[in-house]
Design a protein around this ligand. Structure first.
Ligand code: HEC
Length: 152
């Protein structure tokens, strides 16, 4: 492995382990720091201080999304329905009511959106994205993002 990549991997693991420990400590009754800001600090290096996401598109914005949606994603990461190991490790031992609080915290944040004009994707990609959002892709059995989702 390249040395820099190795360094990053070590830092990354430390980050996730530290973050998970901090979150788990917060989940223990009576041990919660008073401010939710402190408790979700483990999330902000990847999702932005206010959950606004990072310039790197891979790290999604979570601020302002519906609390129930965020909760469903967090329980899916925890229970294996959605897989991204760093997220899974962080929430592995967190109970539902704590994940609900975290979800509500980010749902209530409304940091400004980046300027949409700065997008550098082609018009064709934008149009394809818009189609997926509004109509989905029946040929691939992808429902429209705006379709109301029922929880199984
Ligand atoms: C190591 C970086 C990292 C950390 C730390 C992290 N996340 Fe994530 N998170 C991601 C990435 C990357 C994704 C997208 C994964 C995917 O879709 O494959 C994601 C996805 C999510 C999603 C789903 C977003 C959506 O729109 O579907 C939620 C909700 C979320 N994270 C919340 C959190 C919370 C809460 C924390 C703190 C407990 C946290 N994350 C910590 C990287 C991270």
């Amino acid at each position: 492995m390249h040395r820099r990549a190795l360094g990053f991997a070590v830092l990354f693991v430390l980050h996730v382990v530290w973050g998970g420990t901090a979150l788990a400590a917060g989940a223990a009754a009576g041990a919660m720091p008073s401010a939710m800001d402190e408790r979700v600090r483990a999330c902000t290096s990847c999702h932005g201080v206010q959950g606004q996401g990072l310039n790197n598109d891979y790290f999604p914005r979570i601020a302002g999304k519906p609390a129930e949606y965020l909760f469903n994603q967090l329980t899916a990461f925890r229970d294996g329905g959605r897989t991204y190991p760093p997220m899974g490790y962080l929430v592995a031992f967190l109970p539902d009511d704590y994940l609900r609080k975290i979800s509500q915290y980010f749902a209530d944040l409304q940091p400004p959106y980046p300027n949409a004009d700065q997008s550098d994707v082609t018009p064709a990609v934008l149009a394809a994205g818009q189609r997926l959002v509004t109509q989905g892709d029946p040929a691939r059995k992808i429902p429209a993002c705006i379709a109301v989702m029922a929880r199984a």
